[in-house]
Design a protein around this ligand. Sequence first.
Ligand code: PLP
Length: 446
Amino acid sequence: MTIIPNSIEGRDIAYQMHPNVNLRKYEKTGGVVIESGDGIYVFDNNGKRYIEGLAGLWSVAVGFGEKRLVEVARAQMEKLPYYHTFAYKTHGPSIELAEMLIQMAPVPMSKVHFTSSGSEANDLACKMVWYRSNALGNKDKKKIIGRIKGYHGVTIASGSITGLPRNHESFDLPLDRMVHTSCPSYVHFGQENESEAEFTARMLKDLEDLILKEGPETIAAFWGEPVMGAGGVLVPPDGYWEGVQKILKKYDILLVVDEVICGFGRTGNMFACQTYGIEPDVLVLSKQISSSYMPLSAILMNDSFYQPIADESDRIGVFGHGFTASGHPVATAVGLENLKIIQERDLVGNAARLEEQFLSRLSELAKHPVAHSSRGVGLLGALEINPFADGKVGDAALAVAAALEKEGVIARAVGEAICFCPPLIITAEQIDEMFDALQRALDAVA
Ligand code: PLP
């Protein structure tokens, strides 16, 4: 496609450096200009309509164009467009949202601290873990265990906990304090003739071996997404989380659960901690917390995590951390209204009710000659594509994603998988519309 220099696409190439792309390739191809959104659909500048099969970036739970959020943002902008939460000041929207999150939390939590992105939240949770170890006099208990294919963001600490080479290479990551254990994806790492139960046992042994090798007294926390999202929608095998928690308790290691994708209904429960029986010390939330209408994230911590941090701030005189936008009043007001909508419209129930249809359509499509297998939970799923015999890893999934986009559905290719995470407002008919398009895309690639 020829790009006219003065067109919007041309000016985009001329002036904007995009995240997460091959920059040289982008200079040649440019991107699709998305202009507006309505419900589960977005529209490009040529008027083409797409189902947003990934809810933007796994985040727009209530769909695009939700007027209640627009109205709350406008009203808050007029009343108090900005204020901070530093230096003994606070404001209503941040207080109300913090209270609501404590009431909703899947396990008893004591305090909420607001940030603006998932990366910032994980980064700060990591700093808090270190601060707490210092407060308790455990100066050597600082290592963090992440997992291969785990994704927790891109800042220096969160990017180091992330277990994806593409986020490390040439950035001089990960930091030395971060170590990674095996990825519990049976479909990718199960060995020949190994049952799923045997695989789980091996994953747990890998974790315990790593702890013993590093020295349990040096390890502060384990970090994990209940279902790995950006790593390719990797659903944990039965018994995995139960086993992980037993090991962490045995060695006095904190559990930080990253529900940036899973939180607020995605797995058919309000939190994936409920789906998998996980009891975190720290819970990291973002994305669906505000349906990403405003940048917002939150760290929830239990009392035994919070108290030593509070004591240390008393000793030093300050908890020396905070952002200009921590608890931003417009973001927290929008978050609060968004969570009210999720509750009032029972979007969590919608995800639970549609799970069977969503997953069975995917597993039907997995029988297509181009496809290998499917997986998922709630309204989060992936179709694994057979690699091209003569291509690089990921070529086949990229080809399917491109064909799907032509059919009017945006989804995400990760490795050899096509990932789906539609807005929670999706209906049964729209799930069929999305997967009918996938069927045509698979036919086109075959
Ligand atoms: N944690 C998880 C599980 C994520 O999926 C993401 C983003 O996709 C992040 C953290 C980072 O969030 P952000 O992109 O807002 O920094």
